[in-house]
Design a protein. Structure first.
Length: 539
C-alpha cells in the first residue's frame, strides 16, 4: 500500500475517540434526547402582500395556504425543513401478499369490503404479532388518491416529486382551488387552469378536482344578512353567467370531466358561500349553478357536495340540495378538535360514519377532498386510522392537504405521521394500500428509518432517486397565520422501524445513529451508534 493509505487507520481511530467523547458529553444532559434525530429551522416570515386578490383556504379552522392572485402567481418561498439523519437507502417495500395492487380504474370490480369493525390500519413498525389480515385495499377498489400541493403550476410539478418520495406510487388526482375574491377569478381566469388541464390530459385515468366558490368575497367576513341576500339573488339566477363561463373554459381546455367541489364546507361559518343564513336559498342556488354548467355542450362534470365533518354551524344534511344535482358526497375531515380520538370522529353526530351511511342511502359514492393532521399535532394513530378507514370504505378519491400543520411531505412538523403515510403508501404501482401486512414485520418495510419530512432538507432518499428540493408552502401574506399544532406526546424517533415494538412501548430502537457530519463519518467508516439507554434517561 501507499504510505498515505497505511496512515488512515490511526487517523480514523483518533477521530473515533474524539467523536465518542463528544457524544458521551452530550448524552449526559437531557437536552440531547429531546432533539435526537431532528433539527428544526425557524419558520419564514411572510413576504410582501400581493395585490389585490385573496387566497382560497382549505378546511374549517384549517391553516390558510397561499392562493393565486389576480395576474401573476406569487413567487414560492422556502419554508422550514426537518433535517433527518441520513440512513442507508432502504429496499423498496414489497406489496403484502394478502393484497393485490390492482390498477385503480373505475370499471374494475371492487374487492369485497371488510367488516366495519376491523381495526384501523397500522404501520409495519407497529404491527403486533398475530395481526389480522389487512383491510381492503383502496387500489383494488378503484380509489384514486393525491394531495393538495399548491394551487398553480408548482402544484402540478410537485405531483411527480411526491410520487418519487413514495417510491413510485402514482398519484392519480390533481387538486386545486379557484380563488374566491372576485367573480373574474371564480370564472377561471385565462391561463390559471392550463397547467392542470394539461396534466389531466396526460393519462386517461387521471382526475382533476377543482374547488369552486359560489360567491365572491368568499373570505371577507360578510354578514349573515348580506349572505342571505346574495344566496337569494343566486337562487333567482343572478350569477348563472359566471358559472357558464367557467364551464365553457374547462370544456375548452379539454377538462370536461373535472370534479367540481362546489361551495365546500357550507355547514361552517368560514365562507361567504355558507348555508346557515338560508338553507333553502342555498340549495336552490346550488341547483341553479349545476343546471347552468351542465347546459354547456361537451361537459361531463361531476359535482361533489362536501361539508365539514361534524355538526359545525348547521347540520350539513339541511344543506343537501338533492340527488339530481349531486354526483358525489364528500367530507372534509381533519384531526380535530383537540383530544378527540379517531373513533369519536367516526361516531360523532354528522361524523364519518354518518357521512358513509348518508351517501349509501342516496346511492352516491363518497370522497375526502381534504383531510390531514391538525389540532392533535403529529398524530400517527390518526394517520393509520384514517388510511384504514379509506381502505375499508373505498371513496371515489381522497386528497391529503399537504402543508403545515396538516401535511406529511412538505411539512417537517409531523415526522411520525409522515413515516406512517410513507410506509403504507410507498412503492405501490398505482395507489395506496391502507392496511398492515398479515402478521408482524421483521424489519423495515420500505421507507427510511425516521420519516423524511418533505423534500426540503431531506438527506435520505428512496431508491427511485432524489427529489429536488421543494419550497414549503407558507400562509398567504395578509391572512390569518397558521395554527400551531399540539406538541407530540412521544419522541419522533420512536417511529423508526429498525426493530418492531409492542403497542405499549415508549422506547426508541436500541441503538440510534448520530449525525456527526459527512467528514467525520467518512473517516470512522459510517454513523456512530449510541445505545438508547445511555441518553434516554435524561428525558
Amino acid at each position: 500500500m501507499a504510505p498515505q493509505q497505511r496512515r488512515a487507520p490511526s487517523r480514523r481511530l483518533a477521530v473515533v475517540t474524539a467523536a465518542v467523547a463528544m457524544t458521551a458529553a452530550l448524552a449526559s444532559g437531557p437536552g440531547f434526547a429531546a432533539g435526537a434525530g431532528v433539527t428544526r429551522v425557524a419558520a419564514p416570515s411572510p413576504g410582501p402582500v400581493p395585490e389585490p386578490a385573496a387566497a382560497p383556504t382549505v378546511g374549517q379552522g384549517a391553516a390558510p395556504h397561499p392562493g393565486p392572485t389576480d395576474g401573476q402567481a406569487a413567487a414560492p418561498t422556502t419554508g422550514p425543513a426537518l433535517v433527518a439523519a441520513a440512513e442507508p437507502p432502504p429496499e423498496p417495500p414489497a406489496a403484502p401478499a394478502a393484497q393485490s395492487p390492482a390498477a385503480p380504474i373505475a370499471e374494475q370490480s371492487p374487492a369485497a369490503p371488510q367488516s366495519p369493525g376491523a381495526d384501523p390500519a397500522q404501520s409495519p413498525a407497529a404491527a403486533a404479532p398475530g395481526a389480522s389480515a389487512a383491510p381492503a385495499s383502496p387500489v383494488a377498489s378503484g380509489t384514486a388518491f393525491g394531495a393538495y400541493l399548491d394551487y398553480g403550476p408548482l402544484g402540478v410539478a410537485r405531483i411527480a416529486q411526491l410520487s418519487a418520495w413514495l417510491n413510485g406510487t402514482e398519484l392519480r388526482v390533481g387538486h386545486t382551488y379557484l380563488p374566491g375574491d372576485r367573480w373574474s377569478n371564480i370564472e377561471g381566469r385565462p391561463g390559471f387552469l392550463d397547467a392542470w388541464a394539461n396534466w389531466r390530459a396526460g393519462k386517461d385515468d387521471r382526475m382533476l378536482v377543482l374547488n369552486v366558490p359560489m360567491l365572491e368575497r368568499n373570505e371577507a367576513g360578510v354578514s349573515d344578512s348580506e349572505v342571505r341576500m346574495l344566496l337569494r339573488l343566486g337562487a333567482a339566477g343572478a350569477f348563472d353567467h359566471h358559472f357558464r363561463r367557467l364551464a365553457e373554459r374547462l370544456v375548452g381546455l379539454n377538462a370536461p370531466d373535472t370534479v367540481i367541489v362546489l361551495g365546500w364546507e357550507m355547514n361552517g361559518n368560514t365562507y361567504t358561500h355558507r348555508c346557515g343564513p338560508d338553507p333553502e336559498a342555498w340549495k336552490a342556488y346550488w341547483n341553479r349553478i349545476v343546471t347552468a354548467m351542465r347546459a354547456v355542450p361537451g361537459q361531463k362534470f361531476k359535482f361533489d357536495f362536501t361539508p365539514n365533518r361534524g355538526l359545525d354551524a348547521v347540520a350539513w344534511t339541511r344543506c343537501y340540495p338533492g340527488d339530481d344535482t349531486v354526483d358525489i358526497i364528500g367530507m372534509d375531515s381533519y384531526d380535530q378538535p383537540t383530544g378527540m380520538p379517531f373513533d369519536q370522529q367516526v361516531e360523532e353526530p354528522y361524523g364519518l360514519q354518518a357521512h358513509v351511511d348518508f351517501a349509501e342511502s342516496h346511492g352516491k359514492p363518497i370522497s375526502y377532498p381534504e383531510w390531514g393532521l391538525f389540532r392533535n399535532g403529529d398524530n400517527p394513530e390518526y394517520m393509520r386510522s384514517m388510511l384504514g378507514w379509506i381502505g375499508r370504505h373505498r371513496p371515489l378519491y381522497n386528497t391529503l392537504t399537504d402543508y403545515c400543520p396538516h401535511g406529511v411531505w412538505q411539512c417537517g412538523r409531523n415526522p411520525m405521521a409522515s413515516h406512517v403515510y410513507r410506509s403504507l403508501l410507498s412503492g405501490r404501482p398505482e395507489g395506496p394500500t391502507a392496511g398492515p401486512t398479515a402478521g408482524p414485520t421483521a424489519g423495515p418495510a420500505g421507507p427510511t428509518a425516521g420519516p423524511v419530512a418533505g423534500p426540503a432538507g431531506s438527506t435520505a432518499e428512496p431508491a427511485a432517486g432524489p427529489t429536488p428540493p421543494i419550497p414549503l408552502i407558507s400562509p398567504l401574506p395578509g391572512t390569518a397565520q397558521e395554527t400551531a399544532p399540539v406538541a407530540p406526546t412521544r419522541e419522533p424517533a420512536q417511529e423508526a422501524p429498525q426493530t418492531p415494538a409492542s403497542a405499549t412501548s415508549q422506547t426508541v430502537s436500541a441503538c440510534p445513529r448520530l449525525d456527526l457530519g459527512d467528514w467525520v463519518e467518512r473517516w470512522i467508516g459510517g454513523k456512530l451508534c449510541l445505545p438508547a439507554v445511555r441518553w434516554s434517561r435524561g428525558r
